[in-house]
Design a protein around this ligand. Sequence first.
Ligand SMILES: *Cc1c(COP(=O)(O)O)cnc(C)c1O
Length: 360
Amino acid sequence: MKSNFDIKKLVRPNIAELQPYSSARDEYVGEANIFLDANENSLGSAVQGKFNRYPDPKQWELKEKLARIKKVKPSQIFFGNGSDEAIDLLYRAFCEPQKDSALIFPPTYGMYKVQANIHNSPVVEIPLNEDFSLPVEKIIQIINPAIKMMFICSPNNPTGNLIRKKDILTILDCFKGLVVVDEAYIDFSNADSMLSEIENYGNLVVLQTFSKAWGMAGLRLGMAFAQAETIEILNKIKYPYNINQVTQEYVIKALSNLPQKEDMVNTLLQQRKVLEEKLSELEIVEKIYPSDANFILVKTLNAPAIYNDLIKSGIIVRNRSNVNLCNNCLRITVGTASENEQLIEQLAKIGAGLFKNVTA
Ligand SMILES: *Cc1c(COP(=O)(O)O)cnc(C)c1O
């Protein structure tokens, strides 16, 4: 269905009226070979490599290549310095500080709340259901005009589960604000991305990232997809040259290595299965939550103790014990076969120690 959503009614008035900064490279169109417009250093760089020119502020080559892969239009793509930049800009564009709020569903990714706090926007929290599904009825009851957006993480971090598409569509139909679906882990799931719904819902924003399946966390590139009118608002308020040249070049290369990314995803999925099997044999493991991501949430007998013992042997996992609904849970990223073996070996040793103490 086609909604009659109008993004112009949602954006903050000062952003609607904002005259954005116009960079040298924004103002020049056409062919040139002498660039004396941006006060760059025409001699070169103080390091090997050519970095003396500002990068493309709108990253068009990258957007065109990605658009083909994702089956969207280049004008429906925004790139941020990590997904976190897109989250930040969404608050800045749509939430009046101290007035407009965002709705989040803990346990979930921490940045939604941190960015709200930085921006001084109130956060409304409704916990996920016991099975980590979306509390649809409660959401429908609570939504009001002061809530400008909500963040649905699917697959969710740290619980690992996918959120039912049917539930997200129900919310998209009822809610007049933005529904931001964070799909950082979607490549590890069999389910379809929500991207195909961008055309149908003006209030849908989908976030993805090059940090996980693509293995490029160090380059910092996050994606936001939405209808072009929404993307234009983000473009208007971003830093002019927010994506550096090295990142643009390397990600363009990566996009032509799609099979390599798919191979890595398949290997990690196999390893996830191995890890799940091995973990289930350990006495200290109480429950393994089903995962649609590259990590597994594991309920243990004593997460803080196990966490500390693992650190002593040089293995770091994430202790999520103090998180809502995640008592005694560790979040374990799927590693290489060898890393996973070493983890299991250490967990077995830790378990033997814990049980010795219990019986002694
Ligand atoms: C890792 C992760 C991201 C990615 O953030 P980047 O800034 O793109 O590295 C986004 N959302 C969630 C839920 C994540 O777990």
